[in-house]
Design a protein around this ligand. Structure first.
Ligand code: MSP
Length: 524
């Protein structure tokens, strides 16, 4: 038995409501979770929210709420979104959870005991927006700190530091000798470049500057730096130190760890996930074999620029799910981006993908196949009385798809996985055009051929309903309901073979899978 597949995402900041960038990442992880289950793996999917830190403290102040009240409100929006768009996780990581706080504190104590933390006074330039001290590396060509740092002030303060620089040599050789640590591989260079001149990491904030955080267990005048707290979620909610801190109902850490996939955006690879995180684990005694794997995705932009609340171009996933159905949104988010690269959000594209691909391609095929079967055969299909070359070629497309699909999905190329399933849809529509079942129906001598055509269509659709189930779970289930076919419990993608539907199988009545959108019709 392989270990359970442990997949996590970044935990989302709770300083603002979710936008489609957040939705994309969670859908990506949800699709992978569903796919791996279909692929026979036991999966544990953890996601959650990052609730501490300066940004939250400030947003709460602005809203006139306590930080806890504020994050509770925003957290609800995230949970409601995941619920709405069928993102189904096993564990929920909220960093204000007491159990998580205990693990963070235990871990800090452990690092102190291992001689990995020290206190020193530092005078330097501090970015209020980014909550970090800046070095000369961050200065622009003109010697000034760029706009991205916001207000920069010179301050002197005592803080606690983590001996990050001690482990840079280890990390460099770890990255070089473990090409599967970072996917896609080209991103490993970003990490290696960032190792140059690596300094120790300040892991505390004086309480008077930031109160909304986890107090250091050995020096209560400080709270823990938000990134340190946030990264720990991957282990604290997976059962790490569960016994020590009295955590119950968490997975068995020894079985679950290491994470098979931390799904994160490109902006938080360096330094947080590719540098701080492996070094934190290494300093705690985790071995090279116990390092997690990072899956780094690109960004959804709007007209080529970054989505942000301040510029008002942030796209609301709730409105999109209402308009295009949750599956319509999931499909678009998976189909219109190549994992690892950026994509541009386009209202026109999502409308087209819904109308042309989902409604016109898939929905229409199901509708045609079922209504012809109902009309000509009362919904009963016969498997094998007739065969010919056209049927055989179509069958080949259907039976070739699963292996290619599995290969692409395992490689995180979800858009290619969808394309493999879509070959069946496209071929099926062509198959109807080539065989002209409505003509066959008029000719008594073609009865057996018509049976074979109707059977081939239904069987192909049963295959498609399995292959697309990770991406469009609701529609895939409706397809199976209409086909009158239930995926047996524990059914795996490797169980797909011609003959899912038995001779004499009863198909159901067609119901439109993706009713066309009135407003969207105009852009067709
Ligand atoms: N709280 C930190 C992560 C801590 S993980 C230990 C954070 N939060 S975030 O809310 O800003 O971002 C959450 C995730 O959403 C990140 O992986 C980020 O890359 C991703 N995205 C944020 N905007 C995005 C897009 N526009 N497009 C795609 N993903 C984006 O960072």
């Amino acid at each position: 038995m392989p270990k359970p597949y442990y997949i996590t995402t970044a935990i989302d900041y709770t300083n603002a409501a979710p936008h489609i960038g957040h939705a994309y990442e969670k859908v990506l992880a949800d699709v992978m979770t569903r796919f791996q289950r279909l692929n026979g793996r036991e999966v544990y999917f953890l996601t959650g929210v990052d609730q501490h830190g300066q940004k939250v403290q400030k947003s709460a102040e602005k809203a006139g709420l306590s930080p806890q009240e504020f994050v509770t409100g925003i957290t609800k929006k995230f949970i409601a979104l995941w619920d709405k768009i069928n993102v189904r996780y096993n564990g929920w990581a909220a960093t204000t959870d007491d159990k998580h706080k205990s693990v963070v504190q235990a871990l800090l104590q452990e690092l102190l005991d291992r001689g990995q933390l020290y206190k020193k006074s530092y005078r330097g330039f501090y970015s209020v927006r980014q909550e970090q001290f800046l070095t000369d590396k961050e200065r622009g060509a003109d010697g000034n700190y760029g706009e991205e740092w916001g207000e920069v002030v010179e301050i002197e303060e005592e803080n606690w530091y983590f001996k990050l620089s001690e482990h840079i040599g280890w990390l460099r050789s770890f990255i070089q000798s473990h090409p599967d640590f970072i996917t896609p591989a080209f991103r490993a260079n970003d990490a290696l470049n960032a190792l140059e001149g690596g300094q120790d990491l300040c892991i505390s904030r004086p309480k008077e500057r930031l109160s909304w955080g986890i107090p250091l267990p050995f020096d209560k005048r400080f709270v823990n730096y938000v990134w340190f707290d946030a990264l720990v979620n991957y282990v604290s909610f997976a059962g790490y130190l569960a016994e020590e801190v009295g955590n119950e109902n968490l997975p068995d850490f020894a079985k679950l760890w290491p994470a098979d996939a931390h799904v994160i955006g490109k902006d938080i690879l360096v330094p947080a996930h590719a540098i701080y995180w492996p070094i934190m684990l290494h300093a705690l005694g985790f071995t090279d074999d116990q390092m997690p794997k990072l899956i780094v995705h690109g960004w959804w932009n709007v007209k080529g620029s970054k989505m942000s609340k301040s510029t008002g171009n942030s796209i609301d996933p709730v409105a999109l799910a209402d308009m295009f159905t949750p599956d319509g949104l999931r499909y678009y988010l998976m189909r219109d981006i190549a994992t690892g690269y950026d994509a541009d959000f386009s209202e026109e594209r999502i409308t087209m993908s819904f109308n042309k691909e989902l409604a016109g391609g898939l929905g229409n095929l199901l509708q045609r196949a079922l209504s012809m079967a109902q009309k000509y055969r009362g919904g009963v299909i016969q498997a094998s009385a007739y065969d010919d070359e056209i049927n055989a070629v179509f069958r080949q497309t259907v039976t070739d798809a699963p292996a290619k699909y599995v290969e692409r999905m395992n490689a995180w190329a979800i858009h290619d996985g969808i394309a493999e399933a879509w070959r069946i849809v496209t071929h099926a529509n062509g198959f109807v055009d080539a065989t002209l079942p409505f003509k066959l129906a008029k000719d008594e001598a073609s009865a057996a051929r018509l049976d074979s055509v109707l059977y081939h269509l239904a069987e192909a659709l049963a295959h498609v309903s399995v292959l697309l189930s990770p991406v469009i779970p609701d529609a895939a289930r409706q397809m199976r309901d209409q086909l009158g076919w239930r995926m047996p419990d524990g059914f795996m993608v490797s169980d797909l073979r011609w003959g899912l539907l038995k001779d004499g199988h009863h198909l159901g009545q067609p119901v439109p899978l993706f009713p066309r959108l009135e407003a969207a019709k105009e852009t067709k």
